[in-house]
Design a protein around this ligand. Structure first.
Ligand code: NAG
Ligand code: NAG
Ligand code: NAG
Ligand code: NAG
Ligand code: NAG
Ligand code: NAG
Ligand code: NAG
Length: 333
């Protein structure tokens, strides 16, 4: 018994020495390689901040410099600029964010009558909508959200609340979950079909409209929209013609119904101001407590005629009430 122990100890000692030797050699190989900017990013951000230690980090620690992601797409350059093929995911996120913001602006302003109240986008609709964005884009989008500013969302699903009352915060955020080790997943491969969705405004200390909230780099681009002097230059009036159909292959009438609504901006070709673009990108930030990954988001604003229900129509104006946000992992963009 004792003999075996001694051998084990000896063997361990030998192994340690071997390992040490190896380490010294390994050290030698890498010291002559000069450290570059990528090593700095990895050391300062990616290795330093993880899901288990991010809660105690400051907001500044969890946001990278703004020059790290290159060739960020701009709405008025999409037709005139050649994008590298490794930027196609960013272009796709740009278009998805714009598409969601455009649609939400349209549907909120379209469904403004008493009969439409019960069929406005509700809790269920928004949860399904962000899930669909993620599941429809398994190779480009890791997260999608529709987030409302404070006191602008009328919850038609809260039946004990007056129709003209808003709730303070409502932000539907979805992100793809890794289900490699899920119980029902026998083959132990992620199938990219599991999404976690959460109302990020629910609960204590979840005020994402507050500057001190850590995980809201998408907020300050357009929200809160309280100054009406900018309305003309950062919103756009779209006029669309729609033909409705209630039977397959047949329209109710042959003419188009014209509908005008306010939506995200439509900048001219020579617009240089980034603030006038309909979609803007955040710096890479750590999505602490949600997906726990470094992500970059494309953000586009949602417009509504606000307040929705008021007898004083002259007090109403087209206002940015929320944002559509698309996330991608930093390592993939
Ligand atoms: C994208 O492709 C271009 C051209 O091939 C290359 O110069 C650039 O470094 C690539 N960017 C990334 C982030 O891989
Ligand atoms: C609903 O929207 C239409 C088209 O913008 C507008 O003409 C109508 O006045 C609005 N109705 C209400 C109740 O706000
Ligand atoms: C995030 O999206 C990229 C594609 O852009 C994909 O390769 C990666 O697996 C996704 N990550 C998760 C956890 O879904
Ligand atoms: C909401 O509607 C009720 C009646 O249904 C009315 O008494 C109240 O003043 C309205 N509140 C607002 C903020 O318009
Ligand atoms: C959230 O923070 C904003 C900005 O500080 C404040 O005006 C608002 O009252 C807060 N809302 C809630 C529900 O705490
Ligand atoms: C479709 O709408 C037209 C016009 O409102 C109506 O006459 C027709 O009965 C509707 N058809 C169905 C299947 O609901
Ligand atoms: C708003 O106008 C309607 C119809 O004119 C009226 O019945 C209602 O009492 C008014 N509501 C308020 C809060 O003034």
């Amino acid at each position: 018994m004792k003999k075996i122990k001694t051998t084990t100890v000896l063997f361990n000692l030998f192994y340690c020495m071997l390992l040490k030797e190896e380490l010294v050699v390994a050290d030698g190989v890498f010291t002559w390689l000069q450290r570059d900017r990528y090593d700095e990013i990895v050391e300062k951000y990616i290795n330093a901040i993880k899901g288990h230690n991010c809660a105690s980090r400051s907001k500044a620690d969890m946001m990278m410099r703004d020059d790290i992601v290159t060739q960020i797409p701009k709405a008025n350059e999409l037709l005139s600029k050649v994008f590298y093929s490794n930027r196609s995911a960013l272009v796709h996120m740009h278009n998805m964010a714009l598409n969601r913001a455009f649609f939400m602006s349209y549907i909120l302003q379209r469904m403004n009558s008493t009969e439409d109240y019960s069929i406005q986008p509700n809790l269920h609709y928004l949860y399904m909508s962000v899930t669909a964005d993620i599941n429809a884009n398994p190779y480009a989008i890791n997260g999608s959200s529709i987030i409302f500013d404070k006191d602008v969302y009328y919850p038609n699903w809260l039946t004990n609340l007056d129709f003209n009352k808003t709730i303070p915060l409502f932000g539907v955020k979805g992100w793809r979950k890794d289900n490699t080790f899920a119980q029902g997943n026998f083959i132990r491969e992620p199938n990219r079909r599991v999404v976690q969705v959460k109302d990020i405004g629910a609960g204590n200390n979840k005020n994402y409209t507050n500057e001190r909230h850590k995980m809201n780099p998408w907020y300050q681009f357009w929200l809160p929209d309280l100054d009406k002097h900018e309305d003309k230059s950062n919103k756009f009036t779209y006029s669309i013609g729609i033909r409705y159909s209630n039977v397959t292959g047949k329209f109710i009438k042959e003419e188009f119904d014209v509908f005008n609504f306010f939506g995200p901006n439509l900048p001219s070709q020579n617009e240089k101001d980034n603030g006038k673009m309909p979609v803007r990108f955040t710096v890479p930030y750590f999505d602490c407590g949600k997906s726990n990954k470094w992500v970059v988001s494309a953000v586009s604003p949602i417009v509504d005629f606000f307040p929705r229900y008021s007898n004083y129509t002259h007090m109403r104006r087209q206002r940015f009430v929320g944002v559509a946000v698309m996330d991608i992992h930093f390592s993939k963009n």
